[in-house]
Design a binder for this molecule. Structure first.
Ligand code: DGL
Length: 263
């Protein structure tokens, strides 16, 4: 494997681009290939076996394109499938993402934290294990964000339906006096302005994008695969459904060579 080979990144759709942005900002020399499996979104409503099957397919797609490491930029796929991926593909390092419960538990003063994530994430063994390891004096209020991923995938970030759903999901947590809200799905950072309208400025929103970029750097260094080449990095984005929304959310990215592919 060569240092110039790309990092592979996949998600059920466009949400993982929030992680791609953190990676591109922190490790700008790295070439990337991003796979949005939008045809099969939302993963959060699928069975564990379906999530595993999609994740294997996505991994094969990225390995065929010579990726040197794979970022599972999806909480649902990480919590349900990453152990299977690591067993099945031991030759490639995987970096996953989980809801940032521990940072929220450290930060909270009211001892009440909210977790907004998909059903698939909230019902996973990995999530139960991590939330079970948190000190008992911290109350964790979980909410399945059903419907939000489909609204984001179709570009309806500011629609009345999105605001209504967010109010329905966040108001009970606010009534429990949360002061930290974990965005436990990589799609949700795209709703930060709308979420802030509901929870205000006193609730800290926590996502794991930067932590993933740092962990990726550690893994690349450990495998002697960090790209020090200062040439402009190239980025390929693949999507198996309507690619319009993906293009729209990435149009602000400056100084990057980006190519889009529909497949
Ligand atoms: N963006 C993904 C996550 O982090 C998946 C959401 C979905 O497809 O349901 O969980």
């Amino acid at each position: 494997m060569n240092r110039n080979n790309p990092i592979g990144i996949f998600d059920s759709g466009i949400g993982g681009t929030s992680i791609w942005t953190a990676i591109n900002n922190y490790l700008p020399n790295e070439n990337t290939i991003y796979l949005a499996d939008s045809k099969n979104a939302p993963y959060g409503e699928k069975s564990k076996q379906e999530i595993i099957d999609f994740s294997i397919k996505n991994t094969v797609f990225l390995m065929e394109r010579n990726c040197k490491a794979i970022v599972v930029a999806c909480n649902t796929a990480t919590t349900n499938a990453i152990s299977v991926l690591r067993t099945q593909f031991p030759q490639i390092p995987f970096i996953g993402i989980e809801p940032a419960i521990k940072p929220a538990a450290i930060k909270t003063l009211t001892k009440n934290i909210g977790i907004l994530a998909t059903r698939g994430t909230l019902s996973s063994d990995l999530f139960c294990k991590t939330s079970g390891s948190i000190s008992k004096d911290i109350h964790i209020h979980v909410q399945n964000g059903e419907g939000l991923v489909s609204l984001i995938e179709s570009g309806r970030l500011n629609s009345p339906e999105t605001l209504t759903l967010l109010k329905k999901y966040l108001s009970p947590m606010m009534a429990q006096n949360i002061d930290c809200l974990v965005l436990g799905c990589t799609h949700y950072p795209y709703l930060i302005p709308q979420i802030k309208l509901i929870v205000g400025e006193k609730v800290t929103l926590i996502d794991s994008g930067f932590a993933v970029a740092k962990q990726l750097e550690r893994i690349l260094i450990a495998h002697n695969l960090l790209n020090n080449n200062a040439l402009i990095a190239s980025h390929q984005f693949y999507c198996n459904a309507d690619i319009k929304v993906l293009k729209t959310i990435l149009k602000e990215v400056k100084d990057a060579k980006i190519d889009f592919f529909n497949f």
